[in-house]
Every structure is written in C-alpha cells, then in structure tokens.
Design a protein around this ligand. Structure first.
Ligand code: APR
Ligand code: PHB
Length: 389
C-alpha cells in the first residue's frame, strides 16, 4: 500500500490528525495496535481547551460536544478551610468545556468511516523504516500476514510506549523527565458533582480533585503513595477521604455512589526532543507527558496536531516546506509552557514527602498571593483555558 502520511496510533492525537488531513484531501492511513473498543476503554481526563474544541468545530465533529459539554466559567483552589475561586472566563474571555476525552476519541472514531479515514486496528509488530530518507515505510502484521505501507511522512502518535520515539537514534535525542513520588487514585461514579466547577484541593492529608463528566456523573481523585494498592480503597474509605481533603465547605455537597471505575495513575513530566527526525514527526504523548494537574494531556496533543496538520497540508497542497521545517521548534515552545504550568500547579497543590515547613510556607504564600491578585489569577486562567497557538 502507498499513501502520503502513515499515522501510528489511533488515540486522540492520531485520530485528530487523520481527520484534519483527510479534510484537506491529504492521503493517510492510521495503524493502531489494539482494537477500537480497547482504545475506548481507557479512562482519561475531561477538560477541553478552546484550541481543542476549535479543531473539532472546524471538522464539524462537534454535535455531541455541543449538546453534552458543560461550559465552565471558573475553577477553585481549596487549601484547608479556604476556597479561592478564579473566574477564568472573566479574566480571559474563554471557557473550558467539560467533556470526557474518551468521548472525543469515540466521536472521532465514529466519524472516520463516513469521511474516508482508514484505520487499521489490531496491527501487530508495527515497525518504522528508513525514517531519515524521503521514502520511509511502516510494516505491521495483520491476521498473520506481514504488510507494508510506503509514505512520504510518518506521524508518530503512538503514546508514551509506542515505537515511534524509539526510531529516533539516541545520539540525536534528549529526554527531560521528572517522576513524582505519588499517583492519583481516581473514582468515577454516577452521582451529581459536588460543585459546578472543578476544585483542586491541597489538604494536610494530601491532594484532592473534584471533577465531573456531566451533571450526573462525577470524577474525583486523591493522591496516594506510589506503593498504594487500589484494593486497599473501598468506595466508603475513598469517599470519606475525599470529604476530609476537599474541606468543610465542600464535603456536605458530595453525593456518594458506587464506583464505575477506580484506578491509580502515576504522575510524570516528560519531554523528548527533537519532535521531528527526517521524515518522522512525533505528536502527543509520544513526545511528552504532563502530570494530570490542569488536564493538559489531550489539549497539548491537539495543539501539536494543529501545527503538524497545517505543516503537512502546506507541504502537499501548496508545496510549502516552511511548516515542516518549523514544526518541531514551534510545537516544543508550547509544550514547554504547558509542562511548566502542569508542574507548577502540581507543586502548588500537593504535599511532597521531601517537603518541610519552608516549602509549605511557600505554598501558603503563593495561594495568598493568588487569592489577592488579579494578575496572579490571570496568569493561571490564561494557562488553564489554553495558551494561544
Ligand atoms: N503500534 C500501533 N499503535 C500503537 C502502538 C504500536 N506499537 N503502541 C501504542 N499505540 C497506540 C495506542 O494503543 C494508543 O491507542 O497509540 C495510541 C496512543 O494514544 P494515547 O496514548 O492516547 O496518546 P495520544 O493520542 O498522544 O493522546 C494524548 O490524550 O486522553 C489524553 O491522556 C491522554 O495525554 C493523552 C492525550
Ligand atoms: C478529570 O475530570 O478526569 C480531570 C479533570 C482535571 C484534571 C485532571 C483530570 O486536572
């Protein structure tokens, strides 16, 4: 088979890129290791920036998003007894939308067939070849037969564990990494949210987050040591802990219910450079990971894809090399800003085991400053609703 762009991975990054290329009549094929159902089984965060929803609007894959998404005007930071509200809409003129990222993936997958976007699911042993040449190709195994797709470019959208990043020689690469000493234990339940905006809480017992998927489905998290086991957390124990950490003003509004899902995810900050090597481009989690504080993971994948789709469309439809040449630098500049925001919100809202009274005093001072300064709130709001492309 021959195409213009082979996309590896049918997560949000690969699917969004595939749709944007197809819409501009650029040929592409997506190769995915697992089945569509398996991809949709992954539970992800639930906050979309305008940069992300603008892309879905441009594609017209927004009917369910517009019908079911909740427009958010602000967020809250809780610290023991106090609740600091940041009116992100008033400060930036932009909303974020609460809509499950799994639902974004579902909408993109369901639109693929009608729009002629080809996705090859359950492709085994996906390997990249000749990425330094102008004639790269991808091989994979499907139903026991080895297949080959020749292309002009390969887009590595295959997440943190995929093969694309590994196809770039170590001598050309650099990794930046921070692993955090805790994970987030999350619970999803069909109960109304305790508040109509997200609450990030820093309590002496640890971090908590009150989030939601809809007016009848809630998502909550607490941080736990990396050694913690999900089996140690009955639903009751988790609800009790959330009530304590979210504080006395919020606790009475929590509605408890049985967990639909409960799991622990580790936190990591990671950046890989370069995001382009020869004919191979990386986008999304293949190139970077942010801790979930601030919900930037999918939004950052979407901004990579916005730059990359423009670059590839320019190349194939206008013979314009400029976007291709500048992709890595442009995408990385935004990646670092989002990494900084996710890291700083993580530092502000979590109790690190190595921290002492001085570090805690710094958190209190920063929260005091945020509570009293429109400029400080604006800085958080701009990052939270999404930096411009
Ligand atoms: N061959 C083919 N596909 C692969 C391979 C492989 N060897 N390895 C991984 N993949 C696929 C995965 O199965 C997955 O479907 O690549 C896809 C990568 O998807 P994600 O991990 O969701 O990464 P990305 O699309 O970059 O998502 C960006 O969205 O929902 C958020 O938290 C999520 O931060 C992430 C963001
Ligand atoms: C979620 O709703 O799952 C969520 C929201 C905000 C975050 C992380 C996760 O920062």
């Amino acid at each position: 088979m021959k195409t213009q762009v082979v996309i590896i991975g049918a997560g949000p990054a690969g699917l969004l890129l595939g749709h944007l290329l197809r819409e501009a009549d650029v040929d592409c094929v997506i190769v995915e290791r697992v089945s569509g159902d398996y991809v949709l089984g992954r539970i992800r965060a639930g906050v979309l920036e305008r940069t992300t929803t603008d892309l879905l609007d441009r594609l017209g894959i927004n009917a369910r998003l517009n019908a079911e998404g909740l427009l958010e005007e602000g967020l809250c930071l809780a610290d023991g007894g106090r609740l600091i509200r940041i009116n992100t809409y008033e400060l930036t003129g932009k909303h974020v939308i609460v809509y499950g990222q799994t639902e974004v993936t579902r909408d993109l997958m369901e639109a693929a067939h009608d729009r002629g976007l080809e996705i090859i699911y359950e492709a085994g042993d996906v390997s990249l070849h000749d990425v330094e040449s102008d004639t790269p190709y991808v091989t994979y195994t499907k139903d026991g037969t080895k297949q080959r797709i020749d292309a002009r470019f390969i887009a590595g959208c295959d997440g943190f564990h995929g093969p694309s990043r590994k196809a770039i020689p170590a001598s050309a690469a650099r990794n930046y990494e921070r692993v955090y000493p805790f994970g987030w234990l999350g619970i999803l339940a069909d109960v109304p949210p305790c508040h109509d905006e997200l609450i990030y809480a820093n309590h002496e017992r640890g971090f908590a987050l009150a989030s939601m998927r809809s007016k009848v489905r809630s998502r909550y998290y607490i941080d736990v040591p990396l050694t913690e086991k999900v089996e140690n957390w009955s639903d009751d124990r988790l609800w009790d802990e959330l009530a304590v950490r979210l504080g006395p003003d919020v606790a009475p509004h929590i509605t408890r219910g049985p967990a639909l899902e409960k799991s622990i995810a580790p936190l990591r900050s990671f950046v890989f450079t370069p995001m382009r090597h020869g004919s191979l481009f990386l986008a999304g989690d293949a190139a970077h990971i942010v801790p979930p504080t601030g919900a930037k993971g999918l939004n950052l994948a979407a901004s990579d894809v916005a730059y990359l789709s423009d670059a590839l469309i320019g190349f194939f439809t206008r013979s314009d090399n400029d976007g291709i040449a500048k992709y890595a630098e442009k995408a990385l500049a935004r990646v670092w800003k989002c990494e900084r925001f996710s890291w700083s919100l993580t530092k502000l809202m979590h109790r690190f085991p190595e921290d002492g009274p001085f570090e805690r005093a710094m958190q209190v001072a920063e929260l005091d400053y945020i509570a009293s300064s429109r400029a400080a709130q604006t800085a958080i709001a701009e990052n939270y609703v999404g930096l411009p492309l």
